[in-house]
Write a protein that binds this ligand. Sequence first.
Ligand code: B12
Length: 220
Amino acid sequence: MTESVTKERVVLFEEFRQALEACDRGKAEKVFLQTLDLGSPLEMVESLIVPTLERIGGDWETGRIALSQVYMSGRLCEDLMGRILPVEGQEEAKDGQPRRAIVVLNDYHMLGKRIVYSVLRASGFHLMDYGRLDTDELVARIISDRVDELLISVLMLPSALKVRKVRHALKARSVDVRILVGGAPFLFDPELWREMEADAMGKNAADGIRILRQWQGEKS
Ligand code: B12
């Protein structure tokens, strides 16, 4: 990357953060569309939206900004992503592929799942989108849909701690499902996914692809 492109990137990223904090929809949209000249939409989601929201979350934690600003930033990013990512929708399992599903367990942070789902779909993986479910609802769906591989997204620690509850409920019914988890609590504590008895943890959507491919390779 040349020095001028790097500079342009830094300026645009800073303008985007300021627009989100100011809840300036027009400006955020304009800057986001400009950044699409610097990389693919998915690259920009991962390299612009994710770190900017993380920074905004950190600023809320230190009291620099209000929760309403975090909320509006999340909503604006959700709208922007809706415009560039493939449409969400219910999808049936495909013959020859494991039966997969993705879910947000218990919390209301939906953007991570939205990205992972879209990236996996765009990469040829078929998966059912369960939206947001609690533990009991999730276990019932896994059993009725005969899911082989389950992707769980959480951003709250209490939700992450429920992954083990899902695993134990499945074990008690002798249901063998591979579980891939992702989201902030697993980034904060890199050993948490093992403690929750998941089979793997992905830091981002690209990791999700890598892990699912690895699982596919182990089967064939
Ligand atoms: C935006 C946001 C919100 C928005 C959510 C809007 C929406 N529609 O999703 C709103 C305002 C609603 C919100 C509410 C709250 N939030 Co909030 N929020 C955030 C923030 C700033 C960004 C999250 C986000 O959307 N990031 C962008 C997405 C795309 O990134 P991501 O989810 O991390 O996903 C990426 C990876 O993690 C990974 N990934 C995610 N899932 C999966 C799954 C798989 C299988 C794989 C492979 C990968 C993967 O891939 C994704 C793409 O790279 C974070 C800060 C942070 N550091 O994460 C806090 C944060 C998650 N929130 C937090 C809190 C405390 C709350 C509230 C309790 C605040 C309050 N006091 O009311 C509520 C609770 C809501 C609830 N019950 O769920 C805390 C959680 C602390 C904790 N660990 O328990 C955080 C970490 C802020 C902080 N620093 O304290 N929040």
